[in-house]
Design a protein around this ligand. Structure first.
Ligand code: BDR
Ligand code: CA
Length: 312
């Protein structure tokens, strides 16, 4: 029987904002989180896997974690310790880790889950697209089993690693190129909208007032995150990038989308990893991405708060 819950796989590289995305997708009566697959990105794979395990164990989220690729497809690895710290999730103190990743590669988990499902499944990548691209290349029949890809990545404006490129795309541009040309419907939640959801102190206080495990973790993570955001970008409230994907799945009306052609720059020049979005259809090329161009900020924070209330 068809369920009403949206089935999804979260592919992430925790990371503070990935951790909030996990928090929102986990224990959520409106979503069926089939598994968390992890990729290197904000930190090394060993660290991002550990962080996914720590968050799910701490919040008692009943979901398996799968380790994926430790390196991008072509380029040398790059990490974002300057934002997320040495562990990739500095700030909160977690209890000793008892949970382990499942002994199956994330790419195999993605392929098996899609191929064995009668229903289409949503992929929600919030890190570099290495695992997703590799799954597409290894088993192209998965393409028709993917309902859509709702990803955090890219920007039609400025980048956050180079003037041109956003972290998740520039960390593996060749993988992003494969995914963007896969023919699967893509919703791109880029910096253009994620930079609008700034986690100011009043938001931290609002979430913390819920007084549960998730809200305390939110506060501990965001206070660290904001320190680095201030240092690197000069902002008082760090953008909560990755949770925009989950918020969109819970209420699709929060984003305004532009269906257009988007091409990832894979030339190794100054714009390597840039997502060139033809918002004005100047090139008359077939649209391949629904690019988010605006977000209902108040509604976003209401959704985050509602998700945090699912914890005790
Ligand atoms: C993206 O890069 C990472 O540092 C964040 O977790 C987010 O996925 C923002 O550019
Ligand atoms: Ca991320």
């Amino acid at each position: 029987m068809k369920t009403l819950k949206k089935k999804l796989i979260l592919d992430c590289d925790p990371g503070h904002d990935d951790a909030v995305a996990i928090m929102m997708a986990g224990n959520n009566p409106e979503l069926d989180l089939l598994g968390i697959t992890v990729v290197a990105g904000n930190q090394t794979l060993a660290k991002t896997v550990n962080n996914a395990l720590k968050v799910t164990q701490h919040l008692d989220i009943d979901v398996d974690v799968y380790a994926g690729n430790a390196r991008p497809l072509v380029r040398e690895p790059m990490y974002a310790g300057f934002i997320h710290g040495e562990s990739g999730l500095d700030g909160p103190v977690f209890e000793t880790l008892n949970k382990e990743a499942r002994p199956l590669h994330a790419v195999s988990f993605i392929i098996n889950t899609l191929m064995n499902s009668d229903e289409k499944i949503i992929l929600c990548p919030t890190g570099p697209l290495t695992n997703i691209a590799m799954a597409m290349r290894l088993e192209p029949r998965i393409l028709e089993k993917i309902d859509r890809i709702v990803l955090m990545g890219g920007s039609y404006g400025f980048g956050n690693v180079t003037p041109a490129a956003e972290f998740n795309i520039v960390a593996d541009p060749e993988a992003a190129d494969i995914v963007f040309n896969s023919g699967v419907p893509i919703i791109m939640c880029g910096l253009d909208v994620t930079r609008k959801v700034s986690c100011y102190q009043n938001i931290i206080d609002r979430m913390n007032a819920l007084g549960n495990t998730a809200s305390t973790l939110f506060k501990d993570m965001m206070e660290f995150y904001n320190k680095n955001q201030k240092q690197v970008f000069g902002w008082d409230g760090g953008p909560l990038h990755d949770p925009v994907t989950i918020a969109y799945l819970l209420d699709e009306s929060i984003l305004k989308l532009n269906h257009c052609h988007c091409e990832v720059d894979t030339n190794k020049g100054p714009s390597y990893g840039r997502t060139n979005c033809d918002l004005f259809n100047m090139q008359k090329k077939k649209p391949n991405v629904h690019v988010a161009v605006d977000i209902d900020v108040d509604r976003f924070w209401d959704i985050v708060e509602k998700c945090l209330k699912h914890y005790s």
